[in-house]
Each structure stands twice: as structure tokens, then as C-alpha cells.
Design a protein around this ligand. Structure first.
Ligand code: NI
Length: 169
């Protein structure tokens, strides 16, 4: 089932998500729906907060559905180390139509749990490191525009306000 993706302005996107404690069938169904929703856009990452679910969960697939082996589910992720830096364009399904250059760590180690609750350790670099940072931000109510300069952020907010006024957001 394709879920509705919340857009910038929705209070759910600013909430602190809660840890997952039940790795059950309901969670599996949510994850299946999140992949379907993410692929329908298409996108390479989706956090549960973006579909209005207040849990520390994200789906990631850098191939956007082209390669089954690239599917990744992270539950309760924590960044345990971050090194280096990279700058590159970043967008978000909750802020459609906007992308800006964001600085992120080049290398990242994340500890998380998989769909069964088993411990996962992910050593990531480049785009995967960027994507993990972006999704983990979502679980803490942080959006990529929060990493921009105040001027750039204000410009984007003003454009969104205009779109909202015109009923196009
Ligand atoms: Ni996003």
C-alpha cells in the first residue's frame, strides 16, 4: 500500500521518533509499505516519520528499486563514528522540488537492528553515508534544510509558503 508522504510543515516531521521494541508482523507490513511508497516516487530513502509513524525506522535503497540486493532496513540506528566530509546535492521526498548542497561525513559507522531485531553494523561511505545521515536526522525531527545557511533556508521556506498559499504544497 502506498502511504501518504508528509510534506514540510507537517508537525510529525519535527517530532523525536520513539525506539522500536516490537519486531513483529505489523513492523514487517509497515516496512513493505514504506518500500512501495519510496519506490513510487522514486526515492532512495524514507524515514517512518515521513509517513506519519513516530518510530525509529527507515528504508534505504540506493538503487531505487533496480537491485533487490540493495534494500536496507534500519531500526533504532545510532551513528557510532563519523569521519571526513563530503559536499553534494541533497533532496527529500518531504520537500519535493528542492535540492541543495549539504556537507556530510564521508565515512560513517552505524549500529542498528534489522527487521528481526538482530544487531546490524553498517560501514558506509559516500552516498550511503549521506543517505544514512539524512534518514537518521529525520528520526530526530531534523530536515536537510536545517543544515543550510539561514539565508538559503529562508529562501526555501518563502518559496514553500507561496506554494502553500497557491494550494500547490
Ligand atoms: Ni528526507
Amino acid at each position: 500500500m502506498i502511504m501518504k508522504i508528509l510534506k514540510y510543515g507537517a508537525p510529525e516531521l519535527r517530532a523525536q521518533s520513539e525506539r522500536i521494541t516490537n519486531f513483529d508482523g505489523a513492523l514487517q507490513k509497515i516496512v513493505a509499505d514504506m518500500f512501495e511508497t519510496m519506490y513510487s516516487e522514486p526515492g532512495i530513502g524514507l524515514a517512518a516519520a515521513q509517513v506519519g509513524l513516530n518510530v525509529r525506522l527507515a528504508t534505504i535503497d540506493l538503487s531505487a528499486g533496480e537491485d533487490e540486493g540493495k534494500k536496507m532496513v534500519i531500526c533504532n540506528p545510532e551513528i557510532v563514528s563519523a569521519e571526513g566530509s563530503q559536499r553534494g546535492d541533497e533532496g527529500c521526498l518531504s520537500i519535493p522540488g528542492f535540492s541543495e548542497s549539504v556537507t556530510r561525513p564521508q565515512n560513517l559507522v552505524v549500529e542498528a537492528q534489522d527487521l528481526e531485531g538482530k544487531d546490524l553494523r553498517i560501514e558506509a561511505e559516500g552516498l550511503l553515508a549521506r543517505c544514512l545521515c539524512h534518514e537518521i536526522d529525520h528520526l530526530n525531527g531534523v530536515l536537510f534544510i536545517d543544515h543550510l545557511s539561514p539565508l538559503k533556508r529562508t529562501l526555501i521556506k518563502n518559496r514553500i509558503r507561496k506554494l502553500a498559499k497557491a494550494g500547490e504544497w
